[in-house]
Write a protein that binds this ligand. Structure first.
Ligand code: F6R
Length: 608
């Protein structure tokens, strides 16, 4: 995720200030670097640097950026770490064509090789930089006009994009195009905006045009002109007036970032699946050949490493241990050059995890990490990194980054299975096909369970204690569900292996006591039925997460959540956690709590 904005106006003003103001409203979409391209005196002027908007605007003289036209970008790194060079806008060889981009160009490697052969010189590691060079090629070598050149270029891009282009070749307009990344137009009497999201200009105008996929826009101070870039047919779309309050708009109309981020999971998982990371094979090979493997994390991330531990056992036929970062001391004496440490972290800044990594490194261990924030401390201490590509997570409780961490464990697991021969080539291809379907299953799961979660929450909100029980891999789902309920709804919730619950915890159960069971249709199914019966016999009220149509378990439950049929049992932990995220969220809301900012917690724990 990145934030993009463009302004074209009738009067010449200090446009840099207006761009920074708009970008500040989009900082929730990315904040590792900032850049502006303006046109002044018929030249493209680029101002950019690494850092948050507040930091960069102290370093540059925003007021000196003048003109009638400018585009700006706030970045969330995907290709290439945060740096001045990788910050947008990017330009062609001559510096005449400048581009900002939100999305991921999947075929950029191939296109970049082509451009290198044609003699283009690159200044960044980004996928975006190919775009101005491709446009330059079309204009200067093929003789196309700028607009036609951009249209030819976007047709060749595979992946997701929202782009804005400014150039001194046509200095009075911004050209934009989009596919699968958001782009909206804002209309004011004396200036026009384009942006990733409405909050960018909501304090200036409420008149908005939403763009659809494969649309191309020419934006001038007089108006906008939309065409479909495949058919070149004109699109007539009238503006509409948005009624959102600015704060609500930043959350895309959702009342809280946490709910927005739950809903973003089909997209964040699709991004993870879409991006082929060369580090994956190297990580899998190193794990496969390692003598000792320790997975390392804190909180939610720890539950994803427990999935990783399970998958390493299953696919590499190796034992590994998942260690809570703050307890790393207990295995310190085992670490040497033959050890692999696999830290998993959203922020890449968790101090417990960093200290454990440093200590392991001093003893010669290799660090192979899975991290969301590119350029974070953990990535800098790592020999290899698998990025999670979940985008910024603002809600304190991890949701989309947990599913991203879990899918990353599966990604590694499947490679290990192929390496060890535990799965043959056709089983591997079949598993990869099912893996591709995860984002869609998650989407259906959200649709199917959201209203129900809100309803069950009205009952759950009156409770002060609960159990979450699961078996096998879905013990991690129970762990994560209980943690979510605890941290945002402040209801004491404990997770246990379902079979273990009878060895003590069951003593707490009384009439109508909430027990949540994770019950997929796998080898754990029949055993869990026994555990439900035991709990019910003591008065427990069972909330079950079942596969759609599982009447046997449904009949034993007070409340049910359903996962649509067609998901692979193999990847069940990803869809099965979704209703539990929704349940925790709605329970917090029913208790009048703030799910985005739970008490005593912070997003990134940088103390020991
Ligand atoms: C829970 C949560 C925390 C984090 C933990 C590790 O919802 O967000 O438990 O998972 O503090 O943080 P990262 O993943 O940034 O290392």
């Amino acid at each position: 995720m990145c934030g993009i904005v463009g302004i074209v106006q009738k009067q010449e003003t200090k446009i840099g200030k207006a761009i920074i103001e708009a970008l500040t409203k989009l900082e929730y979409r990315g904040y590792d670097s900032v850049g502006i391209a303006s046109i002044y005196d018929n030249k493209v002027i680029i101002t950019k640097d690494q850092g948050k908007i507040s930091e960069v605007s102290e370093r540059i003289d925003v007021n000196s950026i003048k003109g009638k036209i400018a585009i700006g970008h706030t970045r969330w790194a995907t290709h290439g770490p945060p740096s001045k060079e990788n910050a947008h806008p990017h330009v062609d060889c001559s510096g005449d064509i400048s581009v900002i981009h939100n999305g991921i160009i999947e075929n950029f490697q191939r296109l970049k090789e082509e451009l290198l052969e044609q003699g283009h010189v690159f200044q960044s590691e980004t996928d975006t930089e190919i775009i101005p060079h491709m446009i330059e090629q079309q204009v200067k070598k093929e003789g196309l006009a700028l607009k036609e050149a951009i249209i030819q270029v976007v047709k060749r891009l595979e992946g997701t994009f929202a782009i804005c282009v400014v150039s001194n070749l046509n200095p009075d307009r911004i050209y934009c195009a989009k596919r699968d990344s958001p782009l909206v137009i804002g209309i004011n009497t004396d200036r026009m905006f384009c942006a990733s999201d409405i909050p960018a200009f909501l304090n200036k105008t409420r008149k908005v045009v939403l763009l659809h996929d494969d649309e191309f826009v020419t934006l001038t101070s007089e108006g906008y002109d939309i065409i479909n870039f495949n058919t070149l047919e004109k699109v007539i779309r009238k503006p509409h007036i948005v009624s959102w309050k600015p704060e609500m708009a930043q959350k895309a109309g959702f009342p809280h970032f946490m709910l927005k981020e739950i809903h973003e999971q089909p997209h964040s998982l699709a991004d993870y699946v879409r991006i082929k990371q060369p580090s994956l094979t190297r990580i899998a090979e190193k794990i496969y050949n390692a003598e000792k493997i320790f997975l390392l994390a804190a909180g939610t991330a720890h539950y994803s490493t427990l999935t990783g531990e399970h998958l390493i056992r299953r696919f590499a036929k190796k034992s590994s241990s998942s260690i809570i970062a703050s307890e790393f001391e207990s295995v310190n004496s085992l670490i040497d050059e033959d050890t692999i440490i696999l830290p998993v972290s959203q922020s890449g800044e968790t101090m417990d995890t960093i200290m454990a990594i440093k200590s392991a490194k001093e003893q010669g261990a290799s660090i192979l990490s899975a991290v969301n924030v590119i350029g974070s401390t953990i990535t800098r201490h790592s020999d290899e990194v698998l990025y999670l590509y979940a985008g910024p997570e603002i809600g304190v409780a991890a949701t989309k980054t947990y599913t991203a961490q879990t899918i990353a464990m599966w990604d590694i697991g499947l490679e290990l299975g192929k390496l060890s021969g535990e799965i043959n080539n056709s089983e591997y291809s079949e598993a990869r096909k099912l893996y591709q379907q995860i984002p869609n299953i998650v989407k259906q799961t959200i649709v199917r369970n959201e209203a129900r979660a809100n309803h069950v929450a009205s009952w759950f909100a009156k409770k002060n204690s609960s159990f979450y029980l699961g078996r096998g891999l879905n013990l991690q789902t129970a762990n994560e569900g209980a943690l979510k309920m605890k941290e945002i709804a402040y209801i004491h919730s404990e997770s246990y292996p379902a079979g273990e619950s009878k060895h003590g915890p069951i003593a707490l159960v009384e009439e109508d006591y909430p027990v949540v069971f994770i019950t997929p249709q796998d080898y754990t199914h029949n055993r869990i039925i026994g555990n439900i019966m035991e709990m019910k016999a003591r008065g427990a009220a069972a909330t079950v997460v079942i596969e759609e149509g599982d009447r046997e378990i449904e009949e034993l439950s007070k409340w049910k959540f359903e996962i649509p049929q067609g998901y692979s049992e193999m990847f069940s932990t990803i869809p099965y956690v979704i209703p539990l995220q929704l349940l925790a969220y709605y329970t917090a809301v029913r208790r009048n709590l703030s799910p985005d900012m739970p008490r005593n917690l912070s997003k990134s724990v940088t103390v020991l």
